[in-house]
Design a protein. Structure first.
Length: 279
């Protein structure tokens, strides 16, 4: 077969990129079916229980009432969502930068790891309910204390994941680069940092699920606007339907951020097989 004919036959047999994207989307939707069915069954049972038991909406509102009230109050919910999102992204960016710099220092200087890691572990034992009011007292009611509290909640999983990834470097690759007189920074850049990527993204997925919760709790301690303040006001007004509507918004926000991390992981590591292919 001539080269042109071989190329033509390959192009004719391989699916176009749009078809492969559609197939990947269809596979993702197929994998989501069990979770969707479980969620639908839970909501249906909840709705049925509220209807049959006659429980008051002020105690346990039905899912239909939560969605209805959330839609009616969508402007207030959205105006309070943006401050929470800003605190979440700002705190997570600070957490990511601090974890990355700290991991490099600990990897290059083992005595820094022995000195700082116990302090970082101890920082995770601090109860947020106690430290949040103090941070607000020290830094005021602006955006800064919320960013700091989100960073405090999310940086440790990232730090541990990066350190574990550095340790997972293939020894043969490191020794090969060392035999070629590569500098320590070159070995880190070419071997240790790439080996940490799967661990890093695992830590990233864990941290991003804590970020929104940390921002809402920081708003509980003191803020002018945000989902935390909205939930607090709704609770004080005995409106559990609005409380749960804000909880739904925070859950959707967390799922969206989690999905963004998955997309970034696929872009950075396109060679990494998905969970479906690993099985």
């Amino acid at each position: 077969m001539q080269p042109d004919e071989s190329l033509k036959s390959t192009l004719m047999t391989s699916p176009p990129p749009s078809d492969s994207r559609l197939a990947a989307l269809g596979a993702a939707l197929y994998r989501a079916i069990p979770a969707l069915l479980a969620g639908f069954a839970f909501l249906a049972a909840w709705e049925l229980y509220v209807d049959l038991s006659g429980i008051k909406p002020s105690i346990l509102p039905a899912p239909s009432r939560i969605l209805n009230q959330g839609w009616l109050n969508r402007e207030a919910l959205m105006s309070n969502t943006w401050p929470t999102l800003g605190a979440t992204l700002g705190g997570f960016a600070l957490s990511l930068a601090f974890a990355f710099v700290s991991s490099i220092l600990m990897d290059f200087m083992p005595f820094m790891r022995r000195a700082l890691l116990p302090i970082f572990i101890a920082s995770q034992t601090l109860p947020l309910v106690a430290i949040a009011p103090l941070v607000v007292l020290w830094f005021g009611f602006g955006l800064l204390p919320k960013i700091l509290l989100v960073a405090l909640v999310t940086f440790f999983p990232l730090l541990v994941a990066l350190l574990k990834g550095y340790e997972a470097t293939d020894r043969d690759i490191a020794e090969l680069l060392n035999s070629m007189k590569a500098s320590r920074w070159c070995i880190f850049r070419l071997a240790r940092l790439p080996s940490s990527l799967p661990y890093f993204f695992a830590g990233l997925r864990i941290s991003i699920t804590y970020a929104v919760v940390g921002a809402i709790f920081a708003e509980y301690a003191g803020a002018a606007r945000g989902l935390g303040i909205y939930i607090l006001n709704a609770k004080n007004n005995f409106r559990p339907d609005l409380v749960l509507a804000a909880v739904v918004v925070s859950a959707v926000l967390t799922l969206c951020l989690f999905g963004v991390t998955l997309m970034i992981e696929r872009l950075v590591m396109p060679w990494q097989p998905s969970g479906e292919h690993r099985r």
